[in-house]
Ligand binder design. Structure first.
Ligand code: ADP
Length: 289
């Protein structure tokens, strides 16, 4: 089982720059974190992968077959969790899942057992018959995941599944995604690094519509080993660093001095600088600059 994007390119009608540019990649079972700033092209890619949007050029293939040609057979293996926008407020969780099950064309018996299974899986038994408008952000995300999984998808695509959640809910949702993902291809978009740090098998760095790098979190961190430093310097020196084009990762003002974390390609750093282990946020800055 595999998903392949082959040179997928998209420019919107009024856009002067491509939203996605020759995006080529092979996806195998595992969790992929699609990471990039706002406007990087994440939603465009997800909309193309879910066949909600057509690319100008390039192809998306599921098991070798072009997804628009595959049609219903592609939709039957696809689960999509959109961004949390208009949930049907007056529906209960149960009604919402029944509605989505009918849209997906599930038979009544199959739908009944799948809805029971998913309600339990996302831990919403107690809220099952309550209206969605009374759900917390985390509960809404969980019911959206539940609907995406009703058809037992082989390919699960999620757009910012942790948007608007507090830190505890974030952790619960990412752990949940990890648990539900066995044997599937899971692709989820985020601009929050901590969401994917622990659960992504591969991180796809994207910006300006271009694929910058794909690797495991560890490989990404290793790829900039020896380039990250910390030092305590004067405020004036921070200005000179900027002028030199050094990437500043973090700054913490301590009285008249500043504790700075930088990423530098230079091999000859002075003794003021202590080499430190790269974090994923450093990687992000390094490749997304
Ligand atoms: P992300 O999901 O990473 O924030 P998007 O895929 O939404 O990025 O956007 C990529 C680029 O395409 C941005 O420059 C954005 O302004 C543009 N864009 C997105 N959707 C549309 C649209 N419907 N019409 C015109 N431009 C769009």
């Amino acid at each position: 089982m595999g998903l392949r994007t082959d040179s997928v390119t998209k420019t919107y009608d009024k856009g002067s720059h491509p939203a996605l540019w020759h995006f080529t990649m092979d996806f195998e079972p595992g969790i992929y974190g699609l990471l990039g700033p706002n406007g990087a092209g994440k939603s465009t890619l997800l909309n193309i992968l879910t066949a909600n949007l057509s690319a100008d050029r390039g192809r998306v293939l599921w098991n070798g077959e072009e997804i628009h040609k595959a049609g219903q057979s592609y939709r039957s293996i696809l689960g999509y969790m959109p961004q949390q926008q208009n949930l049907y407020d007056e529906f209960s969780g149960d009604e919402f899942l029944w509605y989505l099950a009918s849209l997906k064309g599930l038979k009544k018996k199959v739908a009944a057992s799948k809805i029971n299974e998913m309600i339990t899986a996302v831990n919403l038994e107690e809220a099952r018959y309550r209206k969605l408008k009374g759900y917390s952000g985390g509960m809404k995300q969980r019911i959206l995941i539940a609907q995406a999984m009703l058809n037992d998808p082989e390919l699960l695509i999620m757009d910012e599944p942790t948007a608007g959640l507090d830190p505890n809910e974030r952790i619960r949702i990412t752990n949940f995604i990890s648990r539900m993902s066995q044997g599937k291809i899971v692709i989820f978009a985020t601009h929050v690094i901590s969401d994917i740090e622990f659960i992504a098998d591969r991180i796809i760095l994207i910006n300006h519509g271009k694929l910058l790098k794909v690797a495991s979190p560890e490989e990404l961190q290793n790829s900039i080993a020896g380039k990250v430093y910390e030092g305590i310097i004067s405020k004036d020196d921070t200005e000179s660093l900027r002028r030199l084009g050094v990437l500043i990762s973090n700054m913490h003002y301590v009285g008249a001095r500043v504790k700075v974390r930088i990423i530098s390609d230079s091999q000859s750093m002075t003794d003021d600088w202590r080499q430190v282990d790269p974090e994923l946020s450093d990687v992000y800055l390094y490749y997304e600059r």
